[in-house]
Write a protein that binds this ligand. Structure first.
Ligand code: KIV
Length: 263
């Protein structure tokens, strides 16, 4: 993806969009060498990297530092950065300042969770030249209000509300939308209802694209196994086995070998 225009082109061409959440320069460099379409500097960084219990702990400066690192690792990749908890709830000026910090750090666009109560902020960001990706369904920044990381949109009322919100986001100028943890049928309906691409996570197979957190895809966490996140490798085992092999080599005086010793 070179710009937001490529997102709508991909949807029109029925080309599934693949977004990967990553947070540092090294992983961004690796992702730049893959066929993934874009990198999301998700506020899940607060949990995955910083060890917090929820994304509520992400701050604008945390997001800016990780966005800058990802941009250094992947200078030519489309990068979306999450606007953190409450940054759209203190008025338009505060949101523009936070979004500006992320854009100056290297983001190509920002992602905003939720909609109701900050419609004007989203419209203002778009009018200010800041591409906005929406995020509906399970919005983890509201985890305390939602009562946990639970599937959303299960009742007819909640489903209708979500479809209305997707349409509003499109009308406000969002260029794409992440839909997290909703029934597959509802995600399919949302994808049909709007012209902007809907990128799913835990939202079934009929969306216009998929996003996964790189650490989940690589199986880096032995315990965290959400049903929707396919593991392509048991990364935590590779790390443990590699480090233990190193420990064994050091203790058995097999490391460093002759060719690893500097002259
Ligand atoms: O923060 C994040 O990684 C996200 C994805 C799970 C969509 O928002």
């Amino acid at each position: 993806m070179n710009s937001i225009l490529d997102f709508s082109r991909a949807k029109r061409a029925e080309q599934p969009i693949v977004l990967i959440a990553a947070y540092d320069a090294q992983m961004a460099r690796l992702l730049a060498g893959t066929d993934a379409d874009a990198i999301l500097v998700g506020d899940s960084v607060a949990m995955v990297v910083h060890g917090h219990p929820s994304t509520v702990h992400a701050t604008t400066s945390m997001m800016a530092a990780h966005t800058a690192a990802v941009r250094r690792g992947a200078p030519d990749v489309f990068v979306v950065a999450d606007l953190p908890f409450l940054s759209t709830r203190s008025g338009r000026d505060a949101a523009v300042l936070a979004a500006g910090e992320l854009m100056r750090a290297g983001a190509s666009a920002v992602k905003v969770e939720g909609l109701r109560g900050h419609e004007d902020v989203i419209a203002h960001l778009v009018e200010s030249g800041i591409p906005v990706m929406g995020h509906l369904g399970l919005t983890p920044q509201s985890v305390h209000q939602l009562g946990g990381h639970r599937v959303q949109g299960r009742t007819p009322e909640a489903a209708a509300r979500l479809l209305a919100d997707a349409a509003t986001l499109e009308r406000l100028g969002a260029f794409a939308l992440v839909l997290e943890c909703v029934p597959a049928e509802l995600a399919a309906a949302a994808s049909r209802a709007v012209a902007i691409p809907v990128i799913g996570i835990g939202a079934g197979a009929a969306t216009d694209g998929q996003v996964l957190v790189l650490a989940d895809l690589l199986g880096l966490d032995a315990e965290f196994r959400p049903r929707f996140a396919r593991r392509y490798v048991e990364g935590h085992e590779i790390v443990r086995e590699s480090v233990n092999a190193f420990v064994r080599d050091v203790r058995a005086a097999r490391f460093p070998a002759h060719e690893e010793v500097l002259a």
